[in-house]
Design a protein. Structure first.
Length: 195
Protein backbone atom coordinates (compact mmCIF):
# COMPACT_ATOMS: atom_id res chain seq x y z
CA UNK A 1 0.00 0.00 0.00
CA UNK A 2 1.47 3.44 -0.90
CA UNK A 3 2.53 5.62 2.04
CA UNK A 4 0.02 8.33 1.11
CA UNK A 5 -2.79 5.77 1.32
CA UNK A 6 -1.54 4.70 4.74
CA UNK A 7 -1.48 8.33 5.95
CA UNK A 8 -5.02 8.78 4.65
CA UNK A 9 -6.10 5.62 6.47
CA UNK A 10 -4.45 6.83 9.68
CA UNK A 11 -6.19 10.18 9.28
CA UNK A 12 -9.54 8.45 8.81
CA UNK A 13 -8.95 6.36 11.92
CA UNK A 14 -7.95 9.50 13.82
CA UNK A 15 -11.21 11.19 12.96
CA UNK A 16 -13.01 8.61 15.12
CA UNK A 17 -10.75 9.18 18.14
CA UNK A 18 -11.67 11.26 21.15
CA UNK A 19 -12.16 14.98 20.60
CA UNK A 20 -9.32 17.20 19.57
CA UNK A 21 -7.29 19.09 22.14
CA UNK A 22 -6.62 22.79 21.65
CA UNK A 23 -2.95 23.70 21.53
CA UNK A 24 -2.16 26.34 24.12
CA UNK A 25 -0.50 29.52 22.84
CA UNK A 26 2.98 30.41 24.00
CA UNK A 27 3.53 33.27 26.40
CA UNK A 28 2.80 36.60 24.72
CA UNK A 29 5.62 37.69 22.46
CA UNK A 30 6.30 40.82 20.53
CA UNK A 31 5.97 40.07 16.82
CA UNK A 32 8.90 41.10 14.63
CA UNK A 33 8.50 44.61 13.25
CA UNK A 34 9.41 43.61 9.71
CA UNK A 35 7.64 40.99 7.60
CA UNK A 36 9.41 37.62 7.62
CA UNK A 37 10.82 36.30 4.38
CA UNK A 38 9.20 33.18 3.02
CA UNK A 39 12.44 32.03 1.45
CA UNK A 40 16.06 32.92 2.01
CA UNK A 41 18.01 34.83 -0.61
CA UNK A 42 20.51 31.94 -0.79
CA UNK A 43 17.79 29.74 -2.26
CA UNK A 44 16.92 32.09 -5.10
CA UNK A 45 13.52 32.79 -3.56
CA UNK A 46 12.52 29.10 -3.62
CA UNK A 47 11.49 26.91 -0.73
CA UNK A 48 13.90 24.23 0.43
CA UNK A 49 17.49 25.35 0.95
CA UNK A 50 17.78 26.81 4.46
CA UNK A 51 14.26 25.60 5.23
CA UNK A 52 15.36 21.98 5.01
CA UNK A 53 19.10 22.33 5.72
CA UNK A 54 18.32 23.24 9.33
CA UNK A 55 17.30 19.65 10.11
CA UNK A 56 19.25 17.68 7.50
CA UNK A 57 21.84 16.55 10.06
CA UNK A 58 19.51 16.44 13.07
CA UNK A 59 19.89 13.31 15.16
CA UNK A 60 17.44 12.80 18.03
CA UNK A 61 18.77 11.67 21.41
CA UNK A 62 15.55 9.95 22.48
CA UNK A 63 14.37 12.70 24.86
CA UNK A 64 11.42 14.28 22.97
CA UNK A 65 11.14 17.65 24.75
CA UNK A 66 14.87 18.27 24.72
CA UNK A 67 15.17 17.12 21.10
CA UNK A 68 12.26 19.35 20.09
CA UNK A 69 14.00 22.29 21.76
CA UNK A 70 17.16 21.59 19.73
CA UNK A 71 15.20 21.16 16.50
CA UNK A 72 13.17 24.35 16.92
CA UNK A 73 16.26 26.28 18.00
CA UNK A 74 17.86 25.27 14.70
CA UNK A 75 14.85 25.56 12.37
CA UNK A 76 12.20 27.62 14.10
CA UNK A 77 13.58 31.15 13.66
CA UNK A 78 14.13 30.66 9.91
CA UNK A 79 12.14 33.32 8.07
CA UNK A 80 11.38 35.23 11.29
CA UNK A 81 9.13 32.53 12.73
CA UNK A 82 8.32 32.17 16.43
CA UNK A 83 6.60 29.55 18.57
CA UNK A 84 2.84 30.09 18.46
CA UNK A 85 1.84 27.18 20.69
CA UNK A 86 3.23 25.69 23.84
CA UNK A 87 5.01 22.35 23.57
CA UNK A 88 2.48 19.50 23.60
CA UNK A 89 3.62 16.10 24.88
CA UNK A 90 1.80 12.85 24.11
CA UNK A 91 2.28 9.11 24.14
CA UNK A 92 1.08 6.64 21.54
CA UNK A 93 1.54 3.21 19.95
CA UNK A 94 1.15 2.36 16.29
CA UNK A 95 -2.15 0.66 17.15
CA UNK A 96 -3.64 3.77 18.76
CA UNK A 97 -5.78 6.27 16.86
CA UNK A 98 -4.13 9.53 15.87
CA UNK A 99 -3.95 12.26 18.51
CA UNK A 100 -5.72 15.41 17.36
CA UNK A 101 -4.89 19.00 18.25
CA UNK A 102 -6.37 22.27 17.00
CA UNK A 103 -4.92 25.73 16.60
CA UNK A 104 -6.47 28.93 15.30
CA UNK A 105 -5.18 30.75 12.21
CA UNK A 106 -6.15 34.39 12.86
CA UNK A 107 -5.75 35.94 9.41
CA UNK A 108 -4.92 35.39 5.77
CA UNK A 109 -1.17 35.40 5.18
CA UNK A 110 -0.40 33.46 8.35
CA UNK A 111 2.35 30.89 7.70
CA UNK A 112 3.25 27.91 9.87
CA UNK A 113 5.52 24.91 10.33
CA UNK A 114 4.96 22.00 12.69
CA UNK A 115 7.84 20.34 14.53
CA UNK A 116 7.55 17.00 16.32
CA UNK A 117 10.03 14.51 17.79
CA UNK A 118 9.46 10.99 19.12
CA UNK A 119 11.47 9.13 21.74
CA UNK A 120 13.88 6.20 21.12
CA UNK A 121 11.03 3.71 20.73
CA UNK A 122 9.25 5.67 17.99
CA UNK A 123 10.73 4.78 14.61
CA UNK A 124 8.24 6.72 12.44
CA UNK A 125 6.15 9.67 13.65
CA UNK A 126 3.68 11.25 11.23
CA UNK A 127 1.92 14.63 11.23
CA UNK A 128 -1.08 15.57 9.07
CA UNK A 129 -2.50 19.11 8.92
CA UNK A 130 -6.18 19.56 8.03
CA UNK A 131 -7.95 22.77 7.11
CA UNK A 132 -11.17 24.22 8.58
CA UNK A 133 -13.27 22.07 6.24
CA UNK A 134 -11.38 18.89 7.15
CA UNK A 135 -9.40 18.72 3.90
CA UNK A 136 -5.77 17.57 4.00
CA UNK A 137 -3.43 20.56 3.70
CA UNK A 138 0.01 19.02 4.17
CA UNK A 139 1.57 16.07 5.90
CA UNK A 140 4.79 14.32 6.72
CA UNK A 141 5.87 11.54 4.38
CA UNK A 142 9.31 10.95 5.89
CA UNK A 143 10.15 7.68 7.57
CA UNK A 144 11.71 9.13 10.70
CA UNK A 145 10.78 10.13 14.23
CA UNK A 146 11.21 13.89 13.79
CA UNK A 147 8.79 15.28 11.20
CA UNK A 148 9.08 18.89 10.09
CA UNK A 149 5.87 19.72 8.28
CA UNK A 150 5.96 20.97 5.61
CA UNK A 151 9.57 19.93 5.05
CA UNK A 152 10.56 22.45 2.35
CA UNK A 153 9.21 25.60 4.02
CA UNK A 154 6.15 26.98 5.76
CA UNK A 155 2.57 26.55 4.63
CA UNK A 156 0.66 29.85 4.32
CA UNK A 157 -3.10 30.15 4.62
CA UNK A 158 -5.58 32.34 2.78
CA UNK A 159 -8.46 31.34 5.05
CA UNK A 160 -8.52 32.06 8.79
CA UNK A 161 -10.09 29.43 11.00
CA UNK A 162 -9.60 26.40 13.18
CA UNK A 163 -7.00 23.98 11.77
CA UNK A 164 -6.34 20.46 13.02
CA UNK A 165 -3.12 18.52 13.49
CA UNK A 166 -3.23 14.74 13.58
CA UNK A 167 -0.20 13.03 15.10
CA UNK A 168 0.31 9.30 14.75
CA UNK A 169 3.04 6.82 15.53
CA UNK A 170 3.30 4.85 12.29
CA UNK A 171 5.96 2.47 13.61
CA UNK A 172 6.91 1.87 17.24
CA UNK A 173 5.47 3.19 20.50
CA UNK A 174 6.44 5.95 22.89
CA UNK A 175 6.32 9.60 23.79
CA UNK A 176 6.50 12.58 21.47
CA UNK A 177 6.68 16.37 21.71
CA UNK A 178 5.06 18.76 19.24
CA UNK A 179 5.04 22.52 18.63
CA UNK A 180 3.69 24.91 15.98
CA UNK A 181 5.74 27.90 14.80
CA UNK A 182 4.48 30.80 12.70
CA UNK A 183 5.23 34.15 11.14
CA UNK A 184 4.07 37.53 12.50
CA UNK A 185 0.62 37.15 10.88
CA UNK A 186 0.18 33.86 12.73
CA UNK A 187 1.14 35.10 16.20
CA UNK A 188 -2.02 36.93 17.19
CA UNK A 189 -4.69 34.84 18.94
CA UNK A 190 -3.05 31.63 17.74
CA UNK A 191 -4.92 29.20 19.95
CA UNK A 192 -8.60 28.49 19.57
CA UNK A 193 -10.79 29.45 22.48
CA UNK A 194 -11.57 26.58 24.83
CA UNK A 195 -15.22 25.51 24.93
Amino acid sequence: MPRSALLFALAAIGSFACGAQTLEPTAPTTPPTDQPKVADEDTGGKKGGVWSECYSSFSPSGAPKEDLARLTRSCGPTGGMQAVTAVQVGEQTEKDPADRFTFYVPSAGACYRVYAVGDRNVQDLDVLLRGPDGEDVTGDLSHDAFPVTPPAGPVCFDVPGLYMLEVSVFRGAGRYALQVWGNAAGLTKSAAPKP
